[in-house]
Design a binder for this molecule. Structure first.
Ligand SMILES: *Cc1c(COP(=O)(O)O)cnc(C)c1O
Length: 354
């Protein structure tokens, strides 16, 4: 399929690196294509980033048939563009598509489209270490129909925005709150897919956490409310007795690309890694007996996010001494070095564009 390119006649200005936040500085162009049953995915194009019109009856507004991805492109010191594990993101998108009855994508085609779009928007990729170009592919159901079924038509987009350094104020441990009243997802549901509704379902708990001074919610499993699943929209890791422990993918946990990357590096470094059920009680007793030395989250936005405090009911534990753990730092440094091209890409995770 050919990609038709329409250049923007008016272009924006990229904010200064220091003024960049997250999710507001959109680039000049976007990639779009449509799906219809008789045509498959068609009408692929790169066009000016702009509002578009849709029927108020479009199914996505009513029943939430929508999936998305999040990944980043980085500018290296020698002026190359690095994409980090983009193929894995599109593979995951296809798994989400299957889960939400959305037609799958041709991964090679959308990867090429993404590279073409990023190349065109090169000037929007900030250069300071820690900044990047955030990439948001997404698919929405567009049938103007109020009956409940899977849509027959869809739209796929890739939009881009320049984003600032996540740790502009320093790599500081955050406080997290374990909710006893909320669950994010349940086995058999859509927790393992990147779908909009999972985020809508997490908002109320997130607001309660913020009101009490916590940065994120730690989610327990929905069946027994005992086992740890994720933190906010990040996967979670613990170091207990020197071993790296993370919840196994149970069906209600999002399989993070950063999670896979942390596990791969840990194994390569000779650490013992265990993916298993891990209860909140185990974490609190490991803290009491001194075997819990580090806790950190993993995700594309922050890469690694150290956790310094966990609150569960009336009990609070503190991890470390208020500074990031050395293993969390080591993962952060190793991953960002590969992303920004200051270390060799030994795992073949990077694609160079252009
Ligand atoms: C996207 C996401 C993650 C992190 O995945 P990465 O691929 O590492 O960015 C973790 N949990 C949830 C719920 C997510 O939506």
């Amino acid at each position: 399929m050919e990609i038709k390119v329409t250049r923007a006649t008016q272009t924006g200005t990229r904010p200064k690196d220091a003024d960049l936040g997250f999710g507001t500085a959109f680039t000049d162009h976007m990639f779009v294509m449509e799906y219809a049953m008789d045509k498959g995915w068609h009408d692929a194009r790169i066009e000016p980033f702009s509002d578009f019109s849709m029927s108020p009856a479009a199914m996505v507004f009513h029943y939430g048939q929508a999936i998305f991805e999040g990944l980043k492109a980085y500018k290296t010191a020698d002026n190359k563009i690095h994409l980090f594990r983009a193929r894995d993101n599109f593979k995951r998108m296809n798994r989400s598509a299957k889960g939400l009855c959305i037609p799958e994508l041709d991964i090679d085609f959308v990867l090429d489209a993404l590279k073409q779009l990023v190349k065109l928007e090169e000037r929007w990729i900030p250069e300071t270490l820690g900044t990047s170009l955030y990439i948001r592919p997404f698919i929405i159901a567009t049938d103007p129909f109020l009956g409940v079924r899977s849509s027959y038509t869809f739209k796929f987009f890739i939009i881009l925005c320049s984003v600032g350094a996540y740790y502009a104020e320093g790599f500081n441990p955050v406080k997290i709150w374990v909710s006893k009243d909320h669950v994010r997802a349940v086995r058999g549901g859509v927790g393992e897919f990147k779908t909009a509704g999972n985020y809508a379902a997490s908002l109320s708990a997130g607001e309660q956490a913020k009101k009490q001074g916590f940065a994120q919610v730690m989610w327990l499993d929905a069946l027994e409310m005992k086992y740890i699943e994720e933190v906010g929209a990040m996967n979670i890791f613990f170091i207990i007795n020197g071993e790296l422990v993370t919840p196994n993918l149970s069906g209600s946990i999002l399989p993070g690309i950063t999670r896979y990357s942390v596990i791969a590096l840990a194994q390569k470094w000779g650490m013992t890694v265990s993916e298993r059920k891990i209860s909140i009680d185990e974490i609190f007793s490991a803290s009491e007996n001194g075997t819990l030395t580090e806790v950190f989250g993993s995700g594309t936005a922050a890469v690694i996010s150290p956790v310094g405090e966990i609150r569960y009911g009336e009990k609070t534990i503190h991890i470390g001494d208020g500074t990031p753990g050395k293993t969390a730092m080591k993962f952060y440094d190793a991953l960002t070095a590969i992303q920004y091209g200051t270390a060799e890409d030994t795992e073949n995770w990077v694609e160079v564009i252009g």
